[in-house]
Design a binder for this molecule. Structure first.
Ligand code: AMP
Ligand code: MG
Length: 483
């Protein structure tokens, strides 16, 4: 058995999924296989890169005993409820138990139509495959809970997007693909029996400690709130903007999922948006905490019939659980930015200082990652020149630095700063360059970025050029789903 499948989702009621075989592609070629992750999943790299392995990652071969399915879900897209979304271009091959005993999904993205494809082709262009591989593996190395990249293949076929575009298939690994939208799918049908099955499956899979609690479904809500709170804090601290935080793209496991038009900011602005479809800036960097709270409120609504048989009682309990979010988020946010700035824990002035710092960065159009990177070097004893050079106005830099020096504890907090401030992030212009090269059949920039980003906190002489902010002509200000 080349992939040690151990499937459980398929044992849930039939209305949770549809059996679906991937549709074969013309000429699959392996772009990259993540052998380290493969090993953790019990998949031999020799097999994974063999003709049969590559055919598997393309959906041309189904290794026994896979039972491929597409999963049902709903979701609020930009605030509007869509009762039927589902896997329109993704097929779950199955689940495996990894080396650490954790259950993981293996899913093919772009493997052909499913009952939920609607007018879509069930396919993916090569660009989004390259983007998701780079960014999800970078997020993992940056310490952020995330789905992972196991393999990328080109299909030898074209998909129709703006014009004919080379196609690809992406193999994604996730703790699960259960979304807030999965709960919404059954809640919208008032299918309480299905909700209970789904909640129990989620608890067993992601929050086993909750199973022993007297009010387990309320405890599940608490656990998901806590996981999403941590996730969002992490995103903000890295300048990450997901771009499409619809409830169907919000995993109850607390992993980052569905890398579409996501981006890391170069110069800081709290209202920064990259996604071409986010016209109202709903998912701007600084809006992400309130949007996640909104998504969690939608999640809580689905659990009401499980929380208590009396609706008013259920609502009161859910509201109480949700009320914990703002304080929990604020505490996590302060801790994250204190670490980035080298401030002692509990320093009274730090909330105001963090606020002023971010306002200054925005006003001075300072590169977010380089700022914290150079500040860390300053804390380690280097001259302040590189920090100052990031500001438009050196006088503003001098003022900010004087304030920082008065409040920070660079010596005692240096280790915390190093752990919070990466040297490398997947910058938009580099990701875009890797995508463009891939379309020209040159995968070297892609491999180089993936290799460099595997160790993002350590200065690496070979990859020093990747630290740079984009030149004005290189700047990428808009990203596309490009499904
Ligand atoms: P996303 O924007 O990736 O979160 O996708 C939203 C919904 O559209 C999901 O139900 C997807 O499965 C579906 N979808 C996106 N792209 C395609 C495609 N090329 N073919 C079929 N369905 C798609
Ligand atoms: Mg999605």
């Amino acid at each position: 058995m080349p992939i040690p499948f151990d499937n459980t989702y398929i044992r849930l009621p039939e209305r949770f999924f549809a059996a679906q075989t991937p549709t074969a592609v013309a000429d699959p070629q392996l772009i990259r296989f993540n052998s380290k992750l493969g090993t953790a999943l019990g998949i031999d790299a020799g097999w994974a890169e063999s003709a049969e392995g590559v055919a598997t990652w393309a959906g041309n071969h189904i290794p026994a005993p896979a039972q491929p399915i597409a999963q049902a879900y709903a979701g609020h897209q930009f605030g509007h409820f869509v009762p039927q979304l589902g896997d329109g271009r993704a097929i779950l091959l199955g689940e495996v138990i990894d080396q650490s005993g954790q259950r993981r999904d293996i899913q093919l993205k772009g493997a052909g139509p499913t009952p939920w494809s609607r007018r879509g082709d069930g396919r993916s262009a090569l660009g989004p495959v390259i983007r998701e591989y780079i960014v999800s593996e970078a997020m993992h190395a940056l310490g952020v809970p995330t789905t992972r990249a196991l393999a990328a293949v080109s299909t030898g076929e074209h998909v129709m997007r703006e014009g004919p575009t080379a196609g690809g298939v992406f193999t994604r690994v996730a703790a699960s693909h259960i979304r807030v939208g999965t709960f919404q799918y059954f809640a919208a049908q008032e299918d309480t029996d299905a909700l209970r099955h789904l909640a129990d499956h989620t608890i067993a899979r992601h929050y086993p400690a909750v199973a022993a609690q007297p009010q387990r479904y309320l405890a599940l809500l608490d656990a998901v709130i806590a996981a999403q709170c941590q996730l969002i804090t992490h995103w903000l601290s890295l300048g990450f903007i997901h771009g499409v935080m619809n409830t169907d793209n919000c995993a109850v496991s607390g992993e980052t999922i569905d890398y579409g038009p996501c981006a890391f900011m170069d110069d800081f602005h709290p209202q920064r948006v990259f996604s071409s479809i986010d016209r109202g800036a709903r998912y701007a960097w600084g809006n992400q905490p309130s949007i996640v709270q909104w998504n969690l409120t939608r999640f809580a609504e689905t659990l009401l019939p499980l929380i208590a048989s009396d609706r008013d009682e259920a609502v009161a309990k859910a509201e109480q659980a949700l009320a914990a979010f703002p304080d929990a988020f604020h505490a996590g946010y302060l801790a994250a930015f204190r670490a980035k700035l080298g401030l002692d824990e509990g320093h009274e002035a730090s909330p105001a200082f963090i606020k002023t710092t971010l306002e200054t960065l925005a006003a001075q159009e300072v590169d977010f990652t380089l700022f914290f990177r150079h500040l860390t070097r300053l804390a380690a004893g280097e001259a302040p020149d590189e920090v100052i050079a990031l500001f438009k106005d050196p006088a503003a830099a001098g003022e900010w630095l004087a304030d920082w020096q008065a409040i920070a504890s660079p010596t005692s907090q240096l280790a915390a700063m190093r752990a919070a401030n990466p040297v490398l992030i997947p910058r938009n212009h580099q990701v875009e360059a890797a995508i463009q090269a891939a379309y020209a059949n040159d995968f070297a920039p892609f491999h180089r970025l993936v290799d460099a980003l595997a160790d993002p906190f350590a200065p690496q002489a070979d990859y020093a050029d990747l630290e740079a902010a984009p030149q004005p002509a290189e700047r990428v200000t808009e990203t596309f789903c490009g499904t």
